[in-house]
Design a protein around this ligand. Structure first.
Ligand SMILES: NC(=O)c1ccc[n+]([C@@H]2O[C@H](COP(=O)([O-])OP(=O)(O)OC[C@H]3O[C@@H](n4cnc5c(N)ncnc54)[C@H](O)[C@@H]3O)[C@@H](O)[C@H]2O)c1
Ligand SMILES: O=c1ccn([C@@H]2O[C@H](COP(=O)(O)OP(=O)(O)O[C@H]3O[C@H](CO)[C@@H](O)[C@H](O)[C@H]3O)[C@@H](O)[C@H]2O)c(=O)[nH]1
Length: 330
């Protein structure tokens, strides 16, 4: 299929571009490089440094390449930042997706796979979280994505030949197994890369944000899925999309792990006893998020291959040790 990946130079988008290319699809990448890295996209892949809010340019790219499906990763995604600067999130994530849909509409592109998030569930009424769980975000980031889900539902209702999927990711981690690409965020806020920076000596310590949550060890619980499993699920979902489809899936493993458990797993994976400090809660963090991942397994036969977080951390550790300065472009 001819696929355009937005946010293709970012962490997950670059893994999607690589996976689609290696699976024989015709893939092109768009990224404004506000956070992404040109070197994360292989030279032979057509790349456009374009903002998704530029409808005219996006229209031209979609038309020129006769794109059949868009995988839409471009967004800002830091929960804490979204609490302090909500307009930044509504502008880029919600309005940006509106612009993208306008360009797709004009260019006649009928398929979209959208990066949603388990942050749309807020503090879920029950865990594990099924897709039917009420969506009630507790931070602007989650709202900025939930609005897009709603917009897609309304757009699909008005355009019966349109097909889309909203994939609600839990916490994405790890790096390509062949070590070619990895995670490089500035600033880095995600727990696993922050820990690995501490293990490399680039940080004095890591801080656990809150030990007084209503969880067994008092730290927040999340569900960590390997980035290569995640992008594989995208390709499977894309292949299943038929006109009129609205496929909503959780992408997680279904295994809730606390921040303390992640710290312990990282100490084992790295064999380094980095310093761990206790800190206050971070604004906007729900105590417990983990998936019921059975819907995608039942409907499409897909499930994650990486089950062990230590193995996931090992792939990230390999990338961090080989590339201590990431793509070295900041
Ligand atoms: N990382 C996670 O754990 C996680 C979990 C749930 C959902 N998500 C979602 O997955 C997607 C990708 O996340 P990521 O971790 O790869 O983030 P990332 O920051 O590494 O990648 C996002 C990319 O989008 C680009 N971008 C941002 N705004 C743009 C715009 N207006 N026009 C063009 N390009 C733009 C950035 O330059 C960056 O390269 C996001 O939509 C995020 O909300 C991520
Ligand atoms: O230095 C740190 C960083 C994080 N945490 C904690 O670790 C957990 C995971 O945090 P992080 O890695 O920042 O991920 P989340 O805040 O859970 O958000 C990620 O996962 C969400 C889905 O759960 C996505 O929607 C977001 O885009 C993505 O950033 C949270 O409890 C944090 O409070 C710490 O204790 N110390």
């Amino acid at each position: 299929m001819k696929v355009l990946v937005t946010g293709g130079a970012g962490y997950i988008g670059s893994h999607a571009v690589k996976h689609l290319d290696e699976s024989g699809h015709d893939v092109i990448a768009v990224d404004n490089l506000s956070l992404g890295h040109r070197a994360a996209v292989a030279e032979h892949i057509p790349f456009y440094q374009t903002d998704i809010r530029n409808v005219a340019e996006m229209y031209e790219i979609l038309k020129d390449h006769e794109i059949e499906c868009v995988m839409h990763f471009a967004a800002f995604s830091q929960v804490g930042e979204s609490v302090g600067d909500p307009l930044k999130y509504y502008d880029n994530n919600t309005y940006g997706s509106t612009c993208l849909l306008q360009a797709m509409n004009e260019a006649g592109v009928k398929k979209l796979v959208f990066s949603s998030t388990c942050a749309t569930y807020g503090e879920p009424e029950e865990v594990p979280i099924a897709e039917t769980c009420k969506q009630n975000p507790i931070n602007p980031y989650g709202w900025s994505k939930l609005f897009v889900e709603r917009m897609l539902k309304d757009y699909a209702a008005a355009n019966k030949d349109f097909a889309y999927s909203a994939l609600r990711y839990f916490n994405v981690a790890g790096s390509a197994a062949d070590g070619k690409i990895g995670e490089d965020h500035h600033p880095e806020t995600h727990i696993i890369p922050v820990i690995l920076q501490a293990a490399l000596g680039q940080r004095d310590a890591i801080t656990i944000f809150g030990k007084d949550y209503p969880t067994p060890d008092g730290t927040c619980i999340r569900d960590y899925i390997h980035v290569e499993d995640l992008v594989d699920a995208h390709a499977v979902v894309m292949g299943a999309l038929q006109p009129g489809d609205a496929r909503i899936y959780n992408l997680g493993i279904g295994n809730g792990l606390s921040v303390k458990q992640i710290v312990d797993a990282a100490k084992k994976a790295t064999q380094i006893d980095f310093q761990v400090n206790d800190g206050d809660r971070r604004a906007g963090d729900p105590p417990m998020l983990y998936a019921n991942p059975s819907k995608i397994k039942e409907e499409l036969g897909w499930e994650a291959k990486y089950r062990d977080v230590e193995k996931i951390i090992e792939t990230a550790w390999r990338w961090f040790r080989a590339n201590p300065d990431g793509y070295n472009d900041r």
